[in-house]
Design a protein around this ligand. Structure first.
Ligand code: SAM
Length: 230
């Protein structure tokens, strides 16, 4: 059974998808998508030998070798130019997802949709979308096994379309759609984030060398979190 997290990722791929799952591990996601949609095709990319071998086995066991190509390599290097229409990068930190996208930019000219599921630091992915011509068309947040996961869906298009020009910084940090939807998991995330930020602020204020910029940034973030929780 596929995790709720990856099921939500799969639901954001169109029918007949031709996508790459970068950092595919066991290739559970491409197998699930291809088993549920006979017109889907995928490339499963893995940089590490162990997960690459697991992905090969999973694809073979499912009889999907003709529709899922498992490739060993770093990030988007496993792709040819203009090869896929969608890219999934899930289960890694936001900065790593951003670096994989940035280092493989030239492979993205035919990529209509990028689905990213950063485990930490989603703002770094939002910023990359914003600076690289991807419109953040939707965001999902869910809780599974005590963790809160965010899923960001970016389509090639006008990157500022989903942002309100007077609140871009706040929306890049918290997510324009997540702010609007105001779901329970988002509130839970903001509550724990507020506790962390308040603790960090108290520590920074006590430091021997006081970092005023850091204090200003933390105070700004704390006020945004309080606005959400009001
Ligand atoms: N995508 C799956 C998921 O969401 O459940 C697996 C996530 S797993 C925690 C992260 C996977 O990404 C690992 O299998 C790791 O080997 C792979 N990985 C890390 N950096 C990578 C890179 N630069 N290129 C390709 N795969 C990478």
């Amino acid at each position: 059974q596929l995790s709720k997290r990856l099921t939500h990722v799969a639901e954001n791929l169109p029918k007949g998808a031709f996508f790459a799952d970068i950092g595919s591990d066991h290739a559970y996601l491409p197998c699930y998508v291809c088993l549920n949609d006979p017109s889907a095709q995928a490339i499963a990319g893995e940089v590490n030998q162990g997960p690459y071998t697991s992905a090969l086995k999973e694809v073979k066991d499912r009889g999907l070798e003709d529709r899922i190509d498992v490739r060993l390599g770093d990030g988007l290097q496993v792709l040819k130019e203009n090869e896929v229409h969608q890219i999934v990068i899930a289960g890694m930190g936001g900065p790593l997802i951003r670096d994989i996208l940035e280092r493989g930019k030239e492979k993205l000219s035919e990529t209509e949709r990028i689905i990213a599921q950063p485990n930490i630091d989603a703002p770094s992915v939002r910023r990359w979308f914003f600076q690289n011509g991807y419109d953040l068309v939707d965001e999902l947040i869910l809780e599974e096994n005590g963790h809160i996961y965010e899923i960001l869906v970016g389509d090639r298009g006008e990157p500022a379309a989903s942002y309100d020009s007077s609140h871009v910084e706040k929306q890049l940090w918290l997510g324009p759609h997540l702010l609007k939807k105001a779901e329970r998991a988002f509130n839970t995330k903001c509550k724990s984030e507020l506790e962390k930020k308040e603790y960090v602020l108290s520590q920074v204020k006590q430091a021997t060398v006081v970092n005023e910029d850091k204090i200003t940034q933390l105070q700004k973030e704390i006020s945004w979190l309080k606005e959400v929780l009001e």
